[in-house]
Ligand binder design. Structure first.
Ligand SMILES: [Zn+2]
Length: 193
């Protein structure tokens, strides 16, 4: 088969599936896209076991990594389901998949976090009020159920990704509505989410 023909075939496959032909990555939607504003739907638990679902999760991690991200939610790649992935080597956040997460916020927002969103590229990093601790129930990629408390960097990543499942973006926050947060409670998230 000549190479040009192969490229044409691969490009066609790429268009058909809305993803890159040469890498298993998805294009990341930007702020104006309506999917980013939708409430994501629950994942049916029997879907988790399918090879298609496992391959989707793997491709989410690849997409996150190729964009140097520390978190990625399914709506960002035009799939409005309650799924996000996070973490990876060098990020300081453990690799995790959270499916159908429910987040309970503990206390009051007491930190201002500076976060860059992969879906709000042109807006640059935004300052967002966040809670120090969250309590999360979720299923992992093997369908196992967890209830855990998170704090620090991981808690902030979870809050950012959970917002994506609710159709909320970092550009929606107004820092001035949280005057009780002290200036020394500012944190910087070094990787986009
Ligand atoms: Zn984001």
């Amino acid at each position: 088969m000549n190479q040009l023909f192969l490229v044409v075939i691969l490009s066609f496959c790429s268009l058909a599936h809305g993803r890159s032909a040469f890498f298993d990555t998805f294009p990341i939607l930007q702020a104006e896209h309506p999917t980013l504003r939708m409430l994501a739907q629950e994942v049916e638990l029997n879907e988790i076991d399918s090879p298609r679902f496992k391959s989707f999760i793997k491709d989410m991690f690849t997409t996150m990594k190729r964009n140097s991200g520390v978190g990625l939610a399914a709506p960002q790649i035009n799939f409005s389901k309650k799924i996000f992935v996070m973490g990876g080597f060098l990020t300081g956040v453990k690799k995790r998949v959270m499916i159908n997460p429910e987040v309970e916020f503990i206390g009051e927002p007491d930190k201002i976090s500076r976060e860059a969103c992969l879906s709000a590229h042109e807006h640059g990093p935004q300052r967002v009020p966040r809670y120090s601790k969250v309590y999360v129930s979720y299923y992992d990629e093997n369908g196992q159920f967890f209830e855990q408390e998170f704090s620090g960097y991981t808690a902030i990543v979870i809050q950012h990704e959970y917002d994506h499942l609710l159709g909320k973006l970092v550009i929606d926050y107004d820092e001035s509505l949280y005057p009780w947060i002290e200036a020394d409670n500012y944190v910087e998230i070094p990787y986009p989410l």
